[in-house]
Design a protein around this ligand. Structure first.
Ligand code: HEM
Length: 475
């Protein structure tokens, strides 16, 4: 067996992360072994600040039978039948509404995707959004929202600014999880911890209000509280609250950044955009303008799924995952002492030419063969018993966003915006695009050109027969 000071580079080496001795593993085979063998003592090893702020019942903080129990509850919440019957209709409703009025605008698509995907979780969690907002009024923002009486009366601007306030607390929490655990006023950790307290007390009162009311709400919170009809999972209030935070935290940024990067890659690869648009226009052509996309439509989006995988691979939205050893153990010819962290660094695997020929090319077609998703080193959503339970929901969210985006709009980049891929994917000054409407097609096969003129709130539409225009929607 080798000593650690003999090896400082290559695909398996020692470093330090946040003061802890950490092995960085980039070897696909070793990474697979680590992810598949939690039961041998390779448990999640996230930093103390993250565990403190996300809560001790959080799914990433628990192991063994507790993990299995909580994971089963989350999986039942995020499973295909719930996505099909409950989440997809909400998603459609939400995206249809939020992706309107972008015509002739200059937008920062990074900012927009963040806003859109932050808000979407409120719709999933809180069936009765009005109740949630009233609740927030009582606890945080007494004056602003007191006059609201029903969801229909909530102007989207007010709704957005309200949830914006909640998100401010949530952003502090997120920053805190990425800081050194020094609990002094002014530190990110301290602010994050305070934000956790605020969020927990709000959610606790919400859970208590729900308990006091006999009616079961059919939303994520209702499901976590009741485990479906038969109360199968029986989570404590603390566990429920920590899982709500876990879901918000895990879906935060992963989905919005993948969407932003998909928009970027599609812009730079017109062939891929053309193929994607063809797929989505074919869905729209089977429907009336007001028809939502349903499960069958979602399942038919094969090229869209490929675009999402290729975007996750090439941009590498998640660089890797952290584990720690619960005992001394041998790994890859080395003895790793108990308590050391292992950074299962999957970024390199995404650019391995043996796994992905011409790895730096954006080529969604490489995913069109269904078996590519089940290859052994596909780690973009993790692996083993910790594989992302939100994978299918994340894909459904991005697909619905892309559906309304590419069927309603065309866009061009303003240009000059910097894009960073490491240590995290972001556009430090935003990614600005100029958006214009795409001519629409109705079920009978005639186009209506997006508004020719707008006066106040009234838009003038003009119908063109297909024969006069030709199929100019697809470029
Ligand atoms: C493109 C979007 C997403 C990506 C790339 C992604 C990636 C990942 C990865 C790599 C892991 C493994 C973490 C580990 O092994 O320690 C993970 C776990 C997890 N993800 Fe996702 N995720 C995405 C979307 C979501 C969404 C939308 C949700 C919630 C609805 C979610 C909820 C979770 C949860 C709860 C875990 C922890 C699972 C466990 O510890 O058993 N993720 N995700």
């Amino acid at each position: 067996l080798l000593r650690w000071n003999e090896i400082r580079h290559g695909s398996f080496f020692k470093s330090h992360i946040l003061g802890c001795p950490t092995i960085v593993s980039m070897d696909p085979e070793t990474n697979r072994y680590i992810l598949m063998n939690e039961s041998k003592g390779l448990v999640p090893g996230y930093p103390q600040s993250m565990l403190d702020i996300l809560g001790k019942s959080n799914i990433a903080a628990v192991h063994g039978s507790t993990h299995r129990h909580i994971r089963a509850a989350l999986l039942s919440l995020l499973c295909p039948s719930i996505i099909r019957s409950q989440l997809l209709p909400k998603l459609d409703d939400f995206m249809r509404c939020h992706l309107s009025n972008w015509d002739n605008t200059l937008i920062d698509i990074q900012q927009k995707t963040k806003e859109v995907f932050d808000l979407v979780f409120f719709f999933f969690f809180f069936h009765n959004v009005e109740l949630f907002l009233r609740y927030l009024c009582c606890s945080l923002f007494v004056v602003q929202m007191a006059f609201l009486s029903s969801l229909n009366q909530i102007a989207s601007i007010e709704w957005e600014s309200m949830s914006g306030e909640f998100m401010l607390e949530f952003f502090k929490l997120v920053l805190g999880t990425l800081s050194l655990p020094i609990n002094l006023p002014g530190t990110n950790y301290h602010r994050g911890f305070q934000a956790r307290k605020n969020i927990v007390s709000m959610l606790r009162r919400l859970v208590e209000e729900r308990r006091a009311c006999p009616e079961t709400k059919h939303d994520m919170l209702g499901f976590l509280m009741n485990g479906g009809e038969e109360n199968r999972y029986n989570l404590t209030d603390e566990e429920i609250i920590d899982q709500m935070i876990a879901i918000l935290y895990s879906g935060y940024e992963t989905v919005s950044t993948t969407s932003m990067m998909a928009v970027k890659y599609l812009h730079d690869h017109p062939n891929a955009l053309q193929e994607l648009r063809k797929e989505h226009l074919a869905i729209r052509e089977r429907k009336r303008a007001e028809d939502p996309i349903n499960w069958n439509d979602f399942k038919s989006m094969k090229f869209t799924r490929s675009v999402i995988f290729e975007t996750s691979r090439l941009a590498t939205i998640v660089n890797g995952v952290l584990r720690k050893t619960t005992q001394d153990m041998e790994l890859n010819g080395f003895v790793i002492p108990k308590g050391w962290r292992i950074y299962v660094y999957t970024r390199e695997n995404n650019y391995d030419p043996c796994l992905y020929p011409d790895p730096l090319a954006f080529n969604p077609w490489r995913w069109m063969d269904k078996s590519s998703e089940s290859q052994n080193y596909f780690f973009m959503f993790g692996g083993g018993t910790r594989q992302c339970p939100g994978k299918e929901l994340g894909i459904a969210e991005i697909s619905t966003f892309l559906h309304y985006f590419v069927t309603r709009y065309r866009w061009e980049e303003v240009g000059g915006d910097k894009l960073m891929k490491f240590p995290r994917v972001e556009a430090p000054n935003g990614l600005h695009i100029r958006v214009s409407s795409l001519p629409q097609i109705n079920k009978e096969g005639s186009y209506w050109s997006n508004h020719i003129a707008t006066s106040g709130t009234c838009s003038v539409w003009y119908l063109f027969p297909i024969s006069e225009i030709g199929d100019e929607r697809i470029w």
